[in-house]
Design a protein around this ligand. Structure first.
Ligand SMILES: [Zn+2]
Length: 399
């Protein structure tokens, strides 16, 4: 049964089905019970717009590194504790000899070298953090490099994602490409990735490796080299006996190189949305429905308009002095000149401070004192206090 909601979504202003919206993202330690917006945010805004923005904030922004360090176990949902994910576009380590290997950073900043096979000149070297993983990688390679191999390239256009698949047949000495096809879903096979497409970075030697999630990836500078590379590996595989040529690498102080393609506007939009959520919770939905919030909502929903990020170095400096083990969010009504602003200040994982101007025509600034929310990500609790109360506890703590 569907009923027409009595009110509109505070973001898109349409009559649509509502879903609960976490004021602060649950995956970063937000409160599940007392800090939800109920019957205020529609399902479409929530899942189609906000979820991808939050994913960007949590998995692919500088804040994601903080999340790995401070929330290594992630959040417990039912019985399953899900570790936080971090999806950099590139993660490699460089060892003492300058050899570059594919790596993975786990929760708590532990670096693993993925099981891999590299070709230096004409020598094949096999390595990884763990011998058991290396052995299972070799066994899988022996199975994957059978009489025919599919090599998959993931592609995307404006509309969807598709897979270009090239088939290679073994003729007893070489793999020969027999055909190319396009699939809507990936078949079983080996994934292709470009090596050295970043001009500024040394990307190492051609290699085959196994991702934590199990995919086998071939990394070369050109697809034209695939057949040659796979043939070399296939010819050598039978000679790779247990434990020979293996390098179980233990990293003491690895030089880790993580590449992130941060879409910073999406990160700002995600944070602006958290600010509007807090404003709605604090001042009521009628306040955020005012015309003065229209600009920031357009920015959040569509990424249009000027950046609302502002710089007040005094505030940043003040907050950056202490490394807090919480997130700090502050709604800060402020008069600048003859205008009333509502600023939102956010410090995530005790790190950098970001200031966002939610509106420059805020009607309530003369009445309301700044409000401070301390978000304790270790137990998903939010503590609200007025600025004078917050300062009072800070002063008492320091004595
Ligand atoms: Zn909506």
């Amino acid at each position: 049964m569907t009923t027409t909601p009595a009110t509109t979504c505070i973001y898109c202003n349409e009559y649509k089905k509502f879903t609960d919206e976490h004021i602060f993202p649950a995956g970063m330690g937000g409160d599940d019970k007392d800090y939800l917006l109920k019957n205020l945010v529609c399902c479409d805004c929530n899942t189609q717009v906000f979820s991808p923005l939050e994913a960007q904030l949590m998995r692919n922004s500088p804040f994601a590194m903080g999340r790995l360090q401070f929330q290594p176990t992630g959040r417990t949902r039912g019985n399953k504790a899900k570790p936080p994910e971090f999806n950099p576009s590139r993660c490699v380590v460089v060892d003492d000899n300058g050899v570059i290997s594919e790596a993975h950073i786990t929760a708590g900043f532990k670096t693993l070298i993925l099981p891999q096979l590299q070709i230096f000149n004409n020598n094949i070297e096999i390595g990884g953090s763990n011998n058991h993983e290396i052995n299972s990688f070799i066994n899988e390679l022996k199975i994957s490099l059978g009489s025919s191999v599919s090599v998959i390239v993931k592609r995307s256009n404006e509309i969807d994602i598709y897979y270009e698949v090239s088939k290679y047949e073994w003729n007893g000495h070489d793999y020969i490409k027999t055909n190319d096809d396009v699939y809507p879903k990936p078949p079983k096979g080996i994934w292709f990735e470009n090596l050295g497409n970043n001009q500024d970075l040394n990307d190492g030697h051609p290699r085959l490796f196994k991702r934590l999630k199990g995919q086998i990836v071939i990394k070369l500078s050109r697809t034209a080299e695939i057949s040659d590379f796979l043939s070399k590996v296939r010819r050598t595989l039978p000679q790779i006996s247990e434990d020979s040529q293996r390098k179980e690498k233990e990293l003491k102080n690895p030089l880790v190189n993580v590449g992130m393609k941060v879409e910073i506007t999406k990160v700002f939009r995600a944070i602006a949305k958290i600010g509007v959520n807090f404003a709605c919770h604090e001042y009521g939905d009628n306040t955020v429905r005012q015309a003065s919030f229209r600009t920031i909502k357009e920015y959040i929903l569509r990424g249009v308009g000027d950046s609302p990020v502002i710089d007040i170095p005094e505030i940043k400096e003040l907050l950056s002095q202490e490394k807090r083990k919480i997130h700090l969010a502050i709604l800060y009504p402020q008069i600048i000149g003859s205008q009333n602003f509502l600023l939102f200040i956010l410090q995530i994982y005790g790190g950098g401070v970001l200031l966002i101007n939610l509106t420059n025509d805020f009607q309530q600034s003369l009445i309301f004192e700044p409000v401070v929310y301390e978000i304790d990500y270790s137990n998903n609790k939010v503590n609200r206090s007025l600025l004078h109360e917050y300062l009072h506890t800070l002063i008492n703590q320091s004595h």
